[in-house]
Write a protein of this length. Structure first.
Length: 290
């Protein structure tokens, strides 16, 4: 509704619009209250079942001992920093490797067929090998070759195994993003005078990367957790520190400390991934903007 006051035009909501907004607010408050109450009730029921179970005293002492938690937490936290460093170094390497492999799989020139075949073999083999088995093969197999220049650090070898494993998965994510771009985008770029490499670089890749950001973040959340697999090679990361404390005191609470640290890091990444996915969905929706 438009009214004039002092020669100026101002927009004023109608009574019907104000009533609709008030009903929506009341419905939102009611829905939030019901959701909160049902959540509290479910949590209370689960806690009651667990706490009243016959074996709860033993489980509480073995897995939820406050003294063991505070005693092991400093060492576990110090080891967790090694997990974070492995993740921070491996992540950009995986991104570069995955993108190069995805581009190699898209080559159609007969002269470069061996490169394409190598990329296909890489993704097939390293996606088929369980990550923990690959950590064993790389961590113990490479040093056994006694090749000059091969590192002997368990953390480096474990990180290299993670790069090989996750590089294959990320390559497929990139390839799916590139293939999702409609061929008309390439045709339009070529009609403007861009070469095939230029079309790929300036038109296809920017759109493909934007589409695959959410699944990439999911892969990296998994990568952060899988850095714990490096523990099988012996470096003093978070899981290894927890194993040492657990073996010393015959108590599993240090594993809980390790789990708390991993959850504290991966949950924010998961929520950020959900945010990006929702934003991308809004952009794709009609009238969602660019």
């Amino acid at each position: 509704m438009t009214v004039r006051a002092g020669g100026e035009t101002a927009w004023v909501k109608s009574e019907r619009q104000l009533d609709r907004e008030a009903r929506r607010r009341r419905a939102g408050v009611r829905s939030g209250s019901i959701a909160a109450a049902s959540t509290v009730l479910c949590v209370a029921v689960v806690l009651a079942v667990v706490v009243t179970s016959p074996g709860w005293p033993r489980v509480h002492e073995t897995f939820f001992n406050p003294g063991e938690f505070t005693g092991a937490f400093p060492d576990v936290l110090r080891g967790f920093w090694l997990n974070v460093r492995i993740f921070l170094i491996a992540e950009p390497v995986i991104l570069v490797l995955g993108l190069l492999v995805a581009l190699a799989r898209g080559l159609r020139t007969p002269l470069l067929f061996p490169l394409r075949a190598l990329a296909v073999a890489y993704t097939d083999v390293f996606r088929g090998i369980p990550t923990i088995l690959l950590v064993y093969l790389v961590g113990f197999g490479l040093p056994a070759l006694r090749l000059q220049g091969v590192p002997d650090s368990p953390a480096v070898l474990g990180g290299f195994a993670l790069v090989l494993s996750y590089g294959a998965y990320v390559a497929e994510v990139f390839r799916a993003g590139i293939d999702s771009i409609h061929p008309s985008q390439r045709a339009a770029a070529r009609s403007l005078g861009l070469s095939k490499p230029q079309s790929l670089r300036f038109v296809v890749l920017p759109q493909a990367v934007r589409r695959v950001v959410p699944p990439l973040l999911n892969d990296f959340a998994s990568l952060q957790k899988d850095t714990a697999l490096v523990a099988v090679l012996g470096p003093l990361e978070a899981l290894r520190q927890a194993q040492i404390h657990s073996a010393t005191n015959f108590n599993y609470t240090p594993y809980l400390a390790t789990a708390v640290l991993f959850v504290a890091l991966t949950v924010p990444m998961a929520r950020f991934t959900d945010h990006l996915a929702a934003r991308a969905e809004r952009r794709r929706a009609p009238g969602g903007g660019t």
